[in-house]
Design a protein around this ligand. Structure first.
Ligand SMILES: NC(=O)c1ccc[n+]([C@@H]2O[C@H](COP(=O)([O-])OP(=O)(O)OC[C@H]3O[C@@H](n4cnc5c(N)ncnc54)[C@H](OP(=O)(O)O)[C@@H]3O)[C@@H](O)[C@H]2O)c1
Length: 313
């Protein structure tokens, strides 16, 4: 089968098309094959490819196959899902230590990692959802803010942030979104009470206090700004980072935590259904063939590109 491998740590050029044997379900009891139609490029893929996370990968080293998010068709039956079902999910391939992610034609998955894709949702949209949407939902769980509390979401123009704005607003939080000024109208339509444009830390704090003079109850920091945001947080508030590598130093009884997205089939099913029903919006920036994974990484690295880049397989 066709895959794209990381041949060595480095720039996008280390992503190389290769052929590997089809995975055999007999090698992994309980696992099922999915024939992929789409795989999304996450920021974590770039960090892993570059070698920035090499220390966290343990025994894993190139050559390996990147990729968390996927959408495709079940080749084997899974509990409650016959072969042929359209499914999406994410593969925790680093935690599993397998070195086989989703930049591949066929993958072996634990049925607990996937959910059915509603008819209204195409493969590219489905592949853009699992890791960022579950991370956003699980970050909101960690924040554990009561209805009516004020939440600052940074990186609101990005994929995780945009989903977090929508999910937080749906759960009754008053959301202040820190994102690109050009997205202000859209972020308000998606549920933000107020939008603050990107800027120097003091400008951002002034902007946030303009909407929340008492300061905010919580922060979900997907832009990884960390300490400069603390002056916007109430004493005893809560700060959740999208990365354990970028957490502020706690002060004034502010609880600081980091989210680590994990598969959750039931939650993913709800999120995909919400997407299908129009209650959640995702954004695909670009669609490229699998073989152009290196170009996809270059485009993500260039930044300022709202939405996910998805590889078609
Ligand atoms: N913990 C987990 O399990 C988990 C899961 C998924 C993602 N993540 C992490 O979460 C982060 C966001 O992921 P993503 O997929 O949403 O990435 P993304 O789509 O690239 O979004 C990040 C957004 O933050 C913006 N940004 C960067 N610096 C900023 C600043 N100083 N002020 C305001 N906005 C700023 C970026 O703008 P530009 O594009 O203009 O730079 C972009 O819009 C990444 O670090 C990713 O690795 C963690």
């Amino acid at each position: 089968m066709r895959v794209v491998e990381v041949t060595a740590y480095g720039g996008p050029e280390v992503l190389v098309s290769a052929r590997r044997p089809e995975p055999d379900p007999a090698d992994a009891p309980g696992r099922v094959r999915v024939r992929l139609k789409a795989a999304a490029v996450n920021q974590a893929d770039l960090k892993i490819r570059s070698g920035r996370l090499a220390a966290a990968l343990g025994e894993l080293a190139p050559p390996f196959v990147l990729g968390y998010d996927f959408a495709g068709v079940l080749a084997d039956p899974a509990p409650g899902l016959p072969a042929g079902t359209r499914v999406a999910g994410f593969v925790p391939w680093v935690a599993e230590g397998t070195g086989t992610g989703t930049y591949a034609e066929t993958i072996l998955v634990d049925p607990a990692w996937l959910a059915p894709v509603p008819d209204e949702v195409d493969f590219t949209a489905a592949a853009s959802l699992p890791l960022p949407a579950l991370t956003a939902a699980q970050a909101l769980d960690l924040l554990a803010l009561p209805e009516g509390a004020t939440l600052l979401v940074t990186g609101a123009s990005g994929v995780v942030g945009r989903l977090a704005v929508q999910l937080a607003a749906r759960s009754g939080l008053r959301v202040i979104a820190l994102g690109d000024a050009a997205d202000a109208h859209e972020l308000r339509v998606l549920g933000a009470h107020g939008v603050v444009g990107r800027g120097a830390p003091d400008e951002v704090i002034t902007g946030v206090l303009g909407f929340a003079p008492e300061r905010v109850d919580g922060v979900l920091d997907t832009a990884l700004i960390a300490d400069p945001l603390l002056p916007a947080v109430k004493d005893g508030g809560v700060f959740v980072s999208a990365s354990g590598e970028r957490m502020p130093v706690a002060e004034r009884d502010i609880r600081v935590d980091a989210v680590v997205g994990r598969p959750d089939a039931a939650r993913l099913k709800e999120l995909l259904e919400l997407l299908g029903a129009g209650g959640l919006a995702t954004r695909v920036a670009d669609v490229l063939p699998l073989e152009e994974a290196a170009e996809a990484h270059r485009r993500v690295e260039a930044g300022h590109r709202p939405g996910r880049i998805v590889l078609m397989i």
